[in-house]
Design a protein around this ligand. Structure first.
Ligand code: MF3
Ligand code: CO
Ligand code: CO
Length: 256
């Protein structure tokens, strides 16, 4: 069931998004060679709680941390650890979800550690571009297939491929609500977008083959061929008219 949100509810999700944006900026600045992913996790949890929010990944289906930190060929759900030290040339995807006053906010980004290869730079850039091209399709009357198609097209035109086994999702009082937001699809197919839908759009784009395996810890997903993977996610609200609002990117406006 898809739950539509009214402007007051979207306002609360906007407040949650603002805090999450701050958390992510802080983590971005902390990413450098020598830092462990556990340090980033502790930093995130403290900042979330200081803002009277709750880290919603913590204990979610038994997940042990407040962020996911996925390095290089890790796609999503990398568990932070003191033994995972970031090193020059790595790419790391940080995904964080928080709950403020009963409303969820979910966002992720991939950053390079120190200097990274031109190919890794390109993967990160293209993944972000995929997000914005997909979200541009999140307008009333369009369908989810239009969103997935835009993401898939841009990834493939650049020689990359979208992950198929994980998707974006509706979001609101729950972290994961209907509908699933696929990162591939056919134009004109799928659910029609309506005003008040709030979606986590999250392209996960890999360098080569999208097939993945899950580590023995039961969480960490990584590409079978060990190609790199990048992730970029925001919580967005579909408006009555015009382009969507990116709730986890305060101040963002669309170019004409
Ligand atoms: N933030 C993830 C998403 O984008 C979900 C987190 S899974 C958890 O949907 F187990 F880490 F909570
Ligand atoms: Co997320
Ligand atoms: Co999500």
């Amino acid at each position: 069931m898809i739950s539509l949100k009214n402007p007051i509810q979207i306002g609360k999700m906007r407040d949650a998004g603002k805090i999450l944006y701050e958390v992510e900026q802080t983590l971005r600045e902390a990413i450098r060679p020598g830092v462990s992913t556990a340090e980033l996790d502790v930093m995130a949890e403290k900042l979330i709680r200081r803002n009277h929010a709750i880290p919603s990944s913590l204990h979610y289906e038994g997940y042990p941390c407040s962020i996911c930190a996925s390095i290089n060929d890790e796609v999503v759900h990398g568990i932070p650890s003191e033994r995972r030290i970031l090193k020059e040339g790595d790419i790391v995807s940080i995904d964080c979800t928080l709950l403020l006053d009963g409303w969820q906010s979910d966002s992720a980004f991939t950053a390079g550690v120190g200097t990274i290869s031109p190919e890794a730079e390109k993967l990160i850039r293209v993944t972000e571009e995929c997000f914005f091209l997909g979200v541009r399709q999140c307008v009333v009357g369009n369908r989810l297939g239009d969103v997935g198609h835009a993401i898939q097209q841009h990834a493939q035109q650049n020689g990359f491929s979208p992950i198929r086994e994980f998707t974006g999702h509706g979001i609101g009082r729950e972290m994961h609500e209907d509908p699933a937001v696929y990162n591939f699809g056919e134009p004109g197919r799928g659910i029609r977008l309506r005003r008040g839908m709030t979606l986590a759009v999250e392209p996960m784009i890999c360098q080569r083959d999208w097939h993945l395996t899950i580590d023995d810890d039961g969480w960490c997903a990584r590409t079978v061929d060990h190609g790199l993977c990048a992730h970029y996610e925001h919580t967005v609200a579909v408006n009555e008219d015009g382009l969507p609002e990116i709730l986890t990117l305060p101040g963002h406006t669309w170019e004409a």
